[in-house]
Structures are given as structure tokens and as C-alpha cells.
Design a protein around this ligand. Sequence first.
Ligand SMILES: Nc1ncnc2c1ncn2[C@@H]1O[C@H](COP(=O)(O)OP(=O)(O)O)[C@@H](O)[C@H]1O
Ligand SMILES: [Mg+2]
Length: 346
Amino acid sequence: MIELQGIFQTYQGSSGPVEALRGIDLKVPRGEIFGVIGRSGAGKSSLVRTINLLNRPLAGQVRVDGRDLTALQPDALRAARRDIGMIFQHFNLLASRTVFDNVALPLELEGLRRAEIVARVVPLLELVGLSDLKDRYPAQISGGQKQRVGIARALASQPKVLLSDEATSALDPETTRSILALLREIRREFGLSIVLITHQMQVIKQVADQVAVIDAGRIVEQGQTLEVFSRPQHEVTRSLLDDVVPQTLPEPVLARVRAILGAAPASQARLLRLVFSGCESDQPILSDVIRRFSVDLNILHGQIDEVQGRPFGALAVLARGANEQLRATVAHLRSSGVLVQEVSHV
Ligand SMILES: Nc1ncnc2c1ncn2[C@@H]1O[C@H](COP(=O)(O)OP(=O)(O)O)[C@@H](O)[C@H]1O
Ligand SMILES: [Mg+2]
């Protein structure tokens, strides 16, 4: 649905040129929620703004629904942009317009008649749950409600693509969850492709089918969310993931582990990091190995959660037993589909 090829973007900064995007290639399939995550300054906003050519890239192609936007004349580009809705961190509502009139604005600009506008806006307000607040002004509603207005406005032109630049970053976790649930519902209802920019892995975890990690203007890692969460390759990905699945042990836990490992012969105690991704968390895998191999497993730290509707998480486990039994334990866990990392330096 969206295809970016060889995108470069450079700004003239006060102290010389800033290379914000340095060769981005990206494909977003139709109907998918595609997450792009990165630290502040990584190039996320620059990237999302090239998709609707709010920023024209220095080089590269932007194809949306088969059309090369960079090749279009201004009139054709204006029309093509109606296929691309956008929502923002700070909502960008007009303070002097009511909820209804904010949503109606793009339709007024398109030149629709009043009756057509009403016919479009009413069901959208219903969809985002704001029918009762349609005559309020932005100053009279909450942040989450403002974002719902932003979403309804973005959908008014019946776009095929929805771009979201940190749309939940100004909201509390609970409101974030409700907005993300709304985005999922919209995707289901309209089959939209959604590009979701965020610096929060929690957001990716809750909604993204695929995730791309951007750092210093380049995509450094990309894949199915569950896959990337299970086997992060890049250091930036790991550090961002620490938010949702601990990559390292907290210092007090490490101190305890050091004490135990220091006292036991190396062959009889091991620190393991178990990553569960997919269906195995439903199985009694840990009690199974304890029974089979008579090892002691002490869960030190971790959490099992859900990603893309499937169990996912990591546990730090101290395993104790005879060397042979420990080796068999690791092998058995691996054959059960658990990713086992032996932590040798603590
Ligand atoms: N209009 C601009 N002029 C100069 N530099 C800019 C401009 N916009 C962004 N940048 C710089 O480009 C880089 C990427 O910015 P941005 O795309 O906003 O990152 P993000 O959204 O990931 O925080 C940063 O170094 C930023 O300072
Ligand atoms: Mg940004």
C-alpha cells in the first residue's frame, strides 16, 4: 500500500546540514498497522511527513496505492493526499470551531454541500464516541476526546492510509489504550493501512503487526512484532524493548545471583534467560522440566504478557542441579520452543 524507496532528507540546520533520513526503504502492506519506533531525533517525524509529501524528500520514491506521489503535479497531489489522513501528538484542532466543525473542515475545503457533510460527519462522531459532545469546543473536552476528534477529522475524507505521529504521546496509559483500541477498530472496519510513529514500545506492543526501528535516519531492524520482540538484533531495539520486556536484571537481583553463583560450583548452577513467544506459555513447561530432570528453578525476575494476542515475555531463572540435568533442561526447554539464553557474565 505504501512503498518508500531510497528516501533521503536533509535539513539546513543553523550549524550546517542535518541528514535526517539516510536511505529509507519501507513497504507497508494494505490493512496493516505498521509501527515505526525510534528515539527522539531518529527521523520518525521526517519519515512520516514524507509519506504525504508534507516534506518532499531530497531523493527517493514515495508510492501510495500504486501511485508515485513525487511525480504528481500540484492538483493531482492534492487529490492524492485525500487518501492519506494524519493525526498528531498535539491534535492540531481549531480552537474556534466546535467538535463537529473540526471534523467537517476537510469536507468544507473539498467543497461538499452541507447535507453531504452532515451525512459524513454524524456517523464518524458516532464511531469515535463523541456524538454527545459535538457542540463543545476543544477547550471543553479532554485530551483523549481531542484525539478522537483528530481521528474523526482524519477519516472524514475516507482515506486509505492513516498516519499517526506520536498520537498517544501526550495521553496517559489508560487513554492511550482506548485510542489504540479505536485505531484497531478503524482498521477492522475500513481496512485502512496505519503507519504508527512512536517512541514507546508499549504502543508497538499493543497494536503493531510489524515494526521497524529507526535510528539516525536509517531502518536498523524490521519484522513481525512478535519476532522482533523475541529476538531483537540491534542495540537500539534492545534498549527500547527494556520498557516491555526486561533485557537485563536489576542490580539487586544481580547481586543475589552473584552471591549464589559464587558459592556453588560452576557446573551446578546457571542463570538462564527464557523468552516465551507464541503459544508455549500456556503449557506447564517449567514444572515439566523440574519433574523430568529434578532441577531447581528459581524465577528471579520477569513477566509474561501478550503481544499480537499471543503470550510473550521473558523470565530470568536460576537453575540448580547436576551438570547433566542442567544441560538436559536447557535442551528440553529449547525443543519446547522457548528461547534460552545462558547468562554467563553477571
Ligand atoms: N525543520 C528542521 N530543520 C532542521 N533540522 C530539523 C528539522 N526538522 C527536524 N530536524 C532534525 O532532523 C532530525 C530528525 O528529526 P525528526 O524527524 O523530527 O525526529 P523524531 O521525530 O524521530 O524525533 C533531528 O536531528 C532534528 O533535529
Ligand atoms: Mg517526532
